[in-house]
Design a protein around this ligand. Structure first.
Ligand code: PMP
Length: 367
């Protein structure tokens, strides 16, 4: 099987080959030190250079203001579903937070927050996760500790096209599946969270960008490892950090910088997703996407075959054909079924075109 794999995995996901080749070249002997990054002390000056380098590149890419701290944490974005309420809820007099729920992952975040305080969902419940509510639909509590949302719902394929306006209440965003796919005005956010394994590296490290003034309100029972103030005080080194994953993130960040930065990533993401959405729109209903225009994700394109309810036989046939064409990762999340194409930063336009070609060919043969 010599043809290259086309990787549409939802995460862990494709990493640009140039990044992996560089990691390979450095794996045994990092910068003439005679050891691997994996074998390096996390308290050494050499590792500090790696950590600070990743922070500096990220600061440049996102233009992060000085009053924000960058943390490299463990436990995935899932651990942050707990860390956010544990660290912030006590900022509010009634220990309450506002949540916007547009899909699987924000719903999970609500469940964790409910363990520690009051959760107010700020819009009418969405029957199906098929759209992002509009700003006018939000009933925000000015005394909430924070407003939480997920900028891109990986399972459902729903993405915000705007930043919610929450006034003086800090906004917390889970950007696990679209971080660094577009320029973002960091100053609009209290906290930005993202697991690395989709757009910025490999599993094991979670990025947190935190506005300084939000720390110091942590609940007594918060595990030390989740306490932002302690993690900031120790520069992410309270315990042994996921050092190799941080190193790899640094390489991915440099790759983004060297390939044109966030504007270039954003352009590419629009082009790629438009290719697939156009194939769906122009299929006379053979393919259908349940997500409303304006809420369709640029990162995770979800669709059904042969009508909105899907035909599982045809969908299975499509998955089998895609595998035969060396494409992987196209099966929809087990909770929703259908097809999902994850088009993260490292997926190329050419690879996306292969998928579209398969879609058009499949439709010709099956309709
Ligand atoms: N949030 C989003 C948007 C995700 O896509 C995921 C993972 N698919 C998570 C949170 C959870 O991340 P982890 O598995 O790293 O905890």
């Amino acid at each position: 099987n010599k043809k290259p794999i086309i990787n549409f995995n939802p995460g862990p996901a494709k990493i640009d080959p140039s990044v992996l080749l560089r990691a390979q070249a450095e794996i045994l002997n990092f910068q003439q030190l005679g050891i691997s990054v994996m074998e390096m002390s996390h308290r050494s000056a050499d590792f500090a250079k790696i950590l600070n380098g990743a922070k500096a590149t990220l600061t440049q890419l996102l233009n992060i203001p000085e009053n924000y701290k960058i943390l490299f944490l463990q436990g995935g974005a899932t651990a942050q579903f707990s860390a956010v309420p544990l660290n912030l809820l006590q900022r509010s007099p009634n220990c309450s937070a506002d949540y916007i729920v547009t899909g699987t992952w924000s719903a999970k975040a609500v469940k964790e927050a409910q363990k520690y305080g009051k959760v107010h969902i700020v819009h009418q419940p969405l029957e199906k996760y098929s759209r992002v509510p509009e700003q006018e639909e939000f009933d925000l509590d000015p005394e909430a500790a924070y407003v939480y949302y997920c900028d891109n719902e990986t399972v459902n394929g729903v993405e915000f096209s705007y930043v919610p306006d929450t006034g003086n209440v800090p906004l917390v965003a889970d950007m696990s599946s679209n971080i660094l796919s577009k320029p973002v005005d960091v100053s609009k956010f209290g906290i930005i969270l993202a697991g690395a394994q989709k757009n910025i590296g490999c599993a094991g490290v979670t990025l947190a960008i935190i506005r300084e003034d939000l720390v110091g309100y942590c609940m007594k029972q918060c595990p030390t490892i989740l306490d932002y103030k302690i993690q900031i005080g120790m520069d992410s080194l309270y315990n042994t950090p996921p050092s190799y994953s941080i190193y790899l993130m640094g390489l991915v960040l440099e790759w983004i910088q060297n390939t044109g930065g966030l504007l270039s990533m954003a352009k590419k993401c629009v082009l790629k997703s438009q290719l697939v959405y156009s194939a769906i729109n122009e299929s006379n209903g053979f393919y259908s996407c349940a997500i409303e225009d304006g809420s369709r994700s640029r990162m995770n394109v979800t669709f059904r075959i042969d009508g909105p309810a899907g035909d599982s036989e045809l969908e299975n046939a499509f998955i089998e054909e895609s595998k035969a064409a060396n494409m992987i990762g196209l099966k929809g999340h087990r909770s929703v079924g259908g097809i999902r194409a994850s088009l993260y930063n490292a997926v190329t336009l050419e690879e996306t075109q292969f998928l579209v070609n398969l879609m058009m060919d499949f439709q010709r043969r099956h309709s």
